[in-house]
Structure formats: structure tokens, C-alpha cells
Design a protein around this ligand. Structure first.
Ligand SMILES: N[C@@H](CCC(=O)N[C@@H](CS)C(=O)NCC(=O)O)C(=O)O
Length: 219
């Protein structure tokens, strides 16, 4: 029985897990959150009342949180691409970078996006300024790290790159990765050239019109 993934193609944390699935050609049932699959949202809510996606249902067990889902996939459906290195020290580095991308790139990026969805009276300019400042600090730190590596966790593609791809893809849209961060820009280009990442970007193209702050005409 194949695992079922409740996800939406345009959602950044869903893309993170989709990249992991595509990397190893893992077969799964795609339960799209939206009118295409009218019961997907209610089934997701029954599995995970917090209603956040992605959610993976595998052999009767529910897995939530994108990093945990990828950890599960790496253990249950291993493939040519080792998403979590066997070596504990390298695995720790990969997990640390995964946390970096979720907490310091994806989170501030989503904060800026969420703010643009609010009514003018409910906007939070200070929160947005703080999010932009966090992104600048994150880009600066990451630039030094990526000056010496090909992929986020080292020489090989991993969980950390699954997190890096959607976070840098969208963060550049809301807070540009400027020329002063050449290694981050080059890393983002490398990620976008990876077939699994390119596939998630292509699958999300039909939804770009719904990007709240407006999607730029590139990528
Ligand atoms: N920490 C969660 C975050 C999941 C998350 O925020 N998902 C977004 C989509 S990218 C979502 O569910 N948004 C809908 C909502 O918040 O109602 C993870 O890693 O999976």
C-alpha cells in the first residue's frame, strides 16, 4: 500500500516533502488540498486537527511536520539519494541546516507573505521589518557556509536541500537575495536546476497568480 501525502503544490512545506519523494522516485498517492479532491481537507483535519500540511498517512500511521515526514521516508523508503546521512556527525549537520532553513528563512518569508494577506488595519510593519532583518542575517550567514559547499549539508543532496529549495525560492521573491550574497544566489540557482526541485516549481506554476504579494515574472 502506497503512502498518501496531503499537500498543495504551491505550499512551500509541501514542496519540501515532494522534493524528497521525487528524489528517490517514491510512489505515493497525492491528496491535493483543494477543489480537485473535495474530501482531502476534511480527511486531513481528522488526521491532524491543526490543519497544517503536508501530512503523510502510511500504513495507518499519521506523520506530521515536513522534517519528520522526510525522516520517515528516508527510513521506510530508502533510495539512491540518502536524505539523512548514515554518519551521525554528517546527519547532525544536515538536521542543523534543515532547522536553519525552516526557522530563519521559511518562517520570516511566510511572515511577510501572511502580512500581505491582512487587511491594511491589521498589518504589522514592525513584524515585517524584523522578518526582513532576519532574512538579511540568514543570507549573510548562509553565504559564508555555501562558499565552501555544493549542497546545504556538504557534498551530497539531503533533507537540508529539501528545506533550502522552497525557502530560498520564495524568500527571494519577497526579500531579494542581493548581489552581496553571491554564494546564496548560486546555491539557489543550483537548487532550481535539480530535476526534483524544477518539477515542484513547474507543478506550482498554475497557482502563481495567487501568491499574495504578487509573483515576480522570473524563475
Ligand atoms: N512546521 C510545519 C509547517 C507546515 C505549514 O505551515 N504549512 C502551511 C503550508 S506551507 C499550511 O499548512 N498553511 C495553511 C494554514 O496555516 O492554515 C511543517 O514543517 O510541516
Amino acid at each position: 500500500m502506497k503512502p498518501s501525502l496531503f499537500a498543495h503544490p504551491f505550499a512551500s512545506y509541501c514542496q519540501k516533502v515532494l522534493i524528497a519523494l521525487y528524489e528517490n522516485g517514491t510512489h505515493f498517492i497525492y491528496r491535493t488540498i483543494g477543489p480537485e479532491d473535495p474530501t482531502a481537507m476534511s480527511e486531513l483535519t481528522a488526521l491532524w486537527p491543526l490543519k497544517k500540511f503536508p501530512v503523510l498517512l502510511d500504513a495507518g500511521q499519521t506523520y506530521v511536520e515536513s522534517s519528520i515526514i522526510i525522516e520517515h521516508l528516508a527510513g521506510r523508503y530508502p533510495g539512491a539519494v540518502q536524505l539523512i546521512p548514515m554518519d551521525p556527525k554528517r546527519a547532525l549537520e544536515v538536521r542543523m541546516m534543515d532547522r536553519f532553513f525552516d526557522n530563519y528563512v521559511m518562517t520570516p518569508m511566510q511572515r511577510i507573505v501572511a502580512d500581505s494577506l491582512r487587511e491594511a488595519a491589521d498589518r504589522d510593519p514592525l513584524g515585517v521589518r524584523e522578518a526582513r532583518s532576519t532574512l538579511d542575517s540568514a543570507y549573510g550567514w548562509l553565504d559564508g557556509v555555501m562558499a565552501k559547499r555544493t549542497w546545504a549539508g556538504g557534498d551530497d543532496f539531503s533533507l537540508a536541500d529539501c528545506a533550502a529549495a522552497p525557502s530560498l525560492f520564495y524568500s527571494d521573491w519577497v526579500h531579494e537575495i542581493r548581489d552581496e550574497f553571491p554564494h546564496v544566489r548560486a546555491f539557489r540557482r543550483r537548487l532550481l536546476a535539480r530535476p526534483s526541485v524544477a518539477r515542484t516549481v513547474d507543478e506550482a506554476r498554475p497557482y502563481r497568480q495567487f501568491f499574495p504579494p504578487g509573483a515576480p515574472d522570473r524563475d
